[in-house]
Design a protein around this ligand. Structure first.
Ligand code: GAL
Length: 966
């Protein structure tokens, strides 16, 4: 039986027992038993549900998107030039009043590049996809009760260069596609029906890497509302320490902000909550929050015998930091922490909690099939579970700050993380990126090492050394508990080089230099920060360079790398090399080395772009997993047309010996060299290929591959069967073709189409680096027996999400996922409108002016500005003022007409559009006014003539909205 995926994936897990012959098949149920099942029993901890009094709301919903740049209008004349230079006056598509009515509406995270076509003229490094520029806009309503709160917006990351405007003022310029932008919007904010405008211009043409980087707001956006006295963004540092006597403490430092008018005395409390939800430590300290400055509270909690965090038992604690002002709880931050010790020994490698742990790591980029870099949180979970299933215990974030949700998953699942900085540059802009990374990530127990660079040309020079010194010092100022490394690939023997400035030296490749370096630097810990770089196409077993195909049998190393087997052997045999980071765990777009067009994604992964395993997955699993017997056979055994021809068969196992049989006939028994693995050349004859693994002469494991017949049916297997109906939860679903005996057909390459109810398809893939099918839509071909569909729930949905798959001539398949009520706090969509905030305001005059009066273009001093609006001082004699503004209404309003909504006019008023009076307010009391706006193309002039009554304040107290008719 050819059980699945070319590597006998089903019914292949066998359990140890102490009895003589212990061959107990695990699985047997339909589905991919390997999907996560290969990890040992994981302890699971309840996650304490804590709710903070501040609000952190998702701002992912309801953005408008325009692909392509929009030029700013050419500014002419004095008045416009002068106004353009002022706060709140951004023009063009950055203006709050801009017409975005024909822009596409979408929710974030979003990567527009993965939606695009493949194009031979584009850069292979970016996966042959056009990047370009784009704009995003969103209106935001803030409740009047938010007045006085500290409000901030956080963009998790935007690829690549970005400018952000809030209410027409630039609030951020960003130069990296990997760091977050944290923007205090409080001073710019408007409340109630005076809406706020958020605009982002993205330029994804600049490249920061040589891999696929996507384009757009591809991580989450958050709106955080906190009290005036509050905990700053990333403002809690909880840093467990163990002293020489083995006693644990938890020093907690909280950074406080205060937007109020005076310094405030507060009390800061920290509670430590154990993995089961019990408070096991608490402390309270007085602190001061100075006005418009930062304060700090420090306290230390004693922690008796905490449960340690490790890769096998990721016990996560929670720190609840609270701020009390005058006895009232005003802010709270929830932070995860874990108790563990880290130590690198120059002779013996890495120790976690004083126990040696060889680092069995993989390098990882951040894109996944179907979704590009806009990876849903639950897909990060899936990707890390796949990596753990391979026996890996560590991930190197190559070569940039990862999504925070990935780090949360690593904390939870028990995966060590090498957190890597992107730009090697100690100048202030870039140092800020590094410092942000450390501040954001330093509470994660999973992070065991910081890396300041990857393969920098200056690594063997004095300049490189001086740069690293400064960057390491910056890291240590923020976190002195973890070592710092840099991934070097040459220059390490130069008289001055960066290995002299780091705690742990990382080697990319260069195994021939391990011994010399260690001999010359016996006190410097050494680790492979990157190795292997061998090529495999999933499901292919014969190299065909003319078709850009490389066999999976680990015989295709790059010229600078090694086969998976050789790379690991070089590291495993040397105790002083702390461990490995295989390039890479999962394939990624771009870098289709050794090929170019039409190959668009990498061949390096131990898994393909969907996370489907290649042979390297099973090889490493056999080499890395020690606690249970493992045996897998490669390749599959469905080779019609190759009858009698030799096929190379490999067993991937942690047994001592393996016996191979074809259709019951013994081929031979081999002793296992765990670095090389047993292999046979077997003339193909259809049927059943079977291997039995032995330890101490006893059979402990078994693997079978069987010849499959032609495909007759489809099968869908979801990664998870219960999803949250929060509009964000997503799950990959595996698509296979089965023969009439229900065996997956590893050679099936056929088109499949999908239909979904109560959810949406957000991406499709099949792991073929040469495939140019769309990753969006509802169709995908199987590639060597497999494809993947990623589904996402609709916000507010419950019930059943159903996916159906069909292919010509095959029995259709369907799968049903249960959708449970979701609980994601999100800011609702705000209907798009034109926000008119940029008014000119005449001086007060005694004689009623003509409504068409306007200031001279070069006179910036007799007329003033009202942006968005403010009441004017009372004049003892009274008089008249004119407000004047020109704007182009949104397309829908231009075509069908609309209305002008004045939130608050104080005093009698007349509203004129293009010189024609359209509404009046005779009442002097503050109040709203609505005026009709007729359908018409082009720019409109609005003038509001207001009467100032003697001794009474008057004026346009709020911004004005132009919107569609009801
Ligand atoms: C390394 C580099 C990686 C990747 C790899 C491919 O030199 O650090 O980013 O390009 O080569 O082999």
């Amino acid at each position: 039986m050819n059980e699945s995926n070319g590597l006998n994936l089903n019914r292949r897990r066998f359990l140890w027992t102490s009895s003589a012959v212990a061959l107990v098949a695990a699985g047997g149920a339909p589905g991919l038993a390997w999907a996560g099942a290969a990890v040992g029993p994981e302890r699971s901890y309840p996650r304490p549900q804590l709710k903070a009094p501040g609000e952190r709301l998702s701002l992912d919903q309801g953005w408008r998107f325009h692909l392509g740049d929009i030029a700013f209008p050419k500014i002419r004349g004095h008045g416009w030039s002068y106004g353009n230079a002022k706060a709140g006056n951004a023009g063009g598509a950055a203006s709050p009043e801009y017409d975005d009515s024909d822009w596409r509406e979408l929710d974030l995270p979003h990567d527009w590049v993965v939606e695009g076509p493949f194009d031979k003229d584009e850069n292979l490094s970016q996966g042959y996809r056009p990047r370009g520029k784009a704009w995003y806009r969103r209106a935001l309503r803030l409740d009047p009760t938010d007045r006085g709160k500290h409000l901030s917006i956080e963009f998790g990351a935007i690829a690549t260069h970005a400018t952000v405007w809030f209410n027409g003022s630039v609030v951020a310029h960003n130069w990296s596609g990997y760091n977050a932008l944290q923007i205090d919007i409080t001073p710019f904010a408007r409340y109630g029906d005076e809406l706020n405008s958020i605009v982002v211009r993205v330029d994804a043409d600049p490249m920061e890497g040589w891999w696929y980087e996507g384009g757009g707001i591809y991580r989450h956006v958050w709106l955080t509302k906190r009290a005036a006295v509050h905990i700053a963004d990333d403002g809690v540092h909880a840093d467990p320490r163990r002293d020489g006597e083995g006693r644990w403490t938890l020093p907690v430092v909280a950074t406080l902000g205060n937007i109020g008018p005076k310094a405030e005395a507060v009390e800061v409390e920290a509670q430590l909550v154990d993995p089961w939800g019990k408070v096991v430590g608490a402390g309270r300290v007085a602190a001061e929050a100075p006005s418009l400055d930062q304060g700090e509270a420090r306290l230390v909690l004693d922690v008796a015998a905490p449960r340690l965090w490790s890769v096998d038992d990721p016990a996560l604690y929670t720190v609840r930091t609270r701020v009390w002002q005058a006895g009232k709880l005003v802010d709270e931050a929830i932070t995860s922490t874990g108790f563990r010790t880290l130590r690198f020994d120059a002779a013996q490698g890495f120790f976690l909690n004083d126990r040696p742990l060889k680092i069995q790591g993989v390098c990882l980029h951040q894109d996944h099939a179907g979704v590009g870099v806009a990876v849903p949180d639950s897909l990060w979970d899936f990707r890390l579970r796949r990596i753990k299933a391979m026996g890996a215990n560590a991930v190197r974030c190559a070569h940039n700050a990862p999504a925070p949700e990935m780090l949360e998953a690593a904390d939870r699942l028990g995966v060590l993380i090498l957190d890597e900085n992107r730009n090697f540059n100690p100048s202030p802009d870039y140092m800020r990126q590094l410092e942000w990374l450390i501040r954001r990530d330093r509470n994660h127990p999973s992070i065991f090492l910081w890396s300041v660079f990857n393969e920098e040309p200056m690594q063997g020079t004095e300049a490189g050394y001086q740069m690293v010194r400064r960057m390491v010092a910056a890291v240590k100022r923020l976190d002195d508990s973890r070592p710092v490394t840099a991934a070097m690939n040459f220059g390490m023997f130069n008289p001055i080089n960066v290995s002299q400035a780091v705690d742990v030296v990382g080697f990319n490749y260069q195994p021939d230099k391990y011994d010399r370096f260690h001999a010359e630097h016996p006190n410097l810990p050494l680790m492979s920060s990157e190795d292997t770089s061998a090529f495999m196409t999933r499901g292919e077993w014969f190299t065909d360079r003319a078709r850009n195909i490389l066999a999976e049998n680990d015989e295709e190393p790059s010229s600078w790398g090694n086969t998976h087997r050789k790379a690991w052997e070089e590291i495993a045999k040397r105790p002083f090399v702390a461990g490995a980071f295989v390039w890479t765990g999962i394939d990624y777009r771009g870098e289709p080395t050794p090929f170019e067009w039409p190959s668009a994604s990498s061949f390096f992964g131990a898994m393909d772009l969907c996370g489907f395993p290649k042979m390297a997955f099973f090889l490493h699993r056999a080499q890395w997993v020690k606690d249970r017997p493992l045996l897998d056979l490669a390749p599959h055994w469905t080779w019609p047309g190759r009858e009698g021809q030799p096929i190379k068969v490999m067993a991937l196992t942690n047994a001592e010996a393996v016996e191979l049989r074809l259709n019951g006939r013994l081929i031979s028994r081999q002793t296992v060299d765990p670095y090389v693995m047993p292999s046979w050349t077997v003339p193909y004859s259809p049927g059943r290929l079977e291997a039995i693994g032995y330890i101490g002469g006893r059979p402990v494991s078994k693997a079978i591959v069987e010849t499959a017949g032609p495909p007759v049916a489809l099968r869908l297997t979801p990664d998870r069967t219960v999803l949250a109906g929060d509009g964000a939860d997503a799950a990959p679903i595996t698509v296979e073709a089965l023969d009439k005996a229900g065996r997956p057909v590893p050679t099936a390459n056929l088109p499949v189409t999908f239909e979904i109810d109560n959810g949406r398809i957000i991406g499709l893939g099949n792991g073929d680096p040469n495939c140019h099918e769309s990753e969006k839509g509802n169709a995908r071909s199987l590639f060597n027996g497999l494809a993947q569909v990623i589904v996402q729930t609709d916000r507010g949905s419950t019930g059943v999400l159903r996916l159906r798959a069909s292919a010509p001539g095959l029995k259709a398949a369907q799968t049903a996922l249960s959708v449970q009520p979701g609980t994601r706090l999100a800011e609702p969509r705000t209907p798009p409108v034109s926000i008119l905030s940029d008014w000119r305001l005449s001086p007060i005059v005694k004689v009623r002016p003509d409504a068409s009066t306007k200031p001279a273009d070069n006179d910036m001093n007799s007329w003033g500005w009202a942006n968005p609006g403010a009441l004017q001082d009372a004049d003892s004699e009274g008089g008249f003022v004119l407000y004047r503004l020109t704007f182009t209404p949104r397309g829908t309003v231009r075509r069908a007409g609309g209305k002008l909504v004045f939130g608050r006019l104080t005093g009698p008023a007349e509203v004129y559009v293009d010189g024609v009076m359209v509404a009046t307010k005779t009442d002097a009391a503050p109040g709203p006014l609505t005026a009709p706006l007729s359908a018409k193309e082009g720019e409109r002039t609005v003038a509001v003539l207001m009467t100032a009554l003697p001794g009474k304040p008057f004026g346009m107290g709020a911004a004005v909205i132009a919107e569609e008719r009801d």
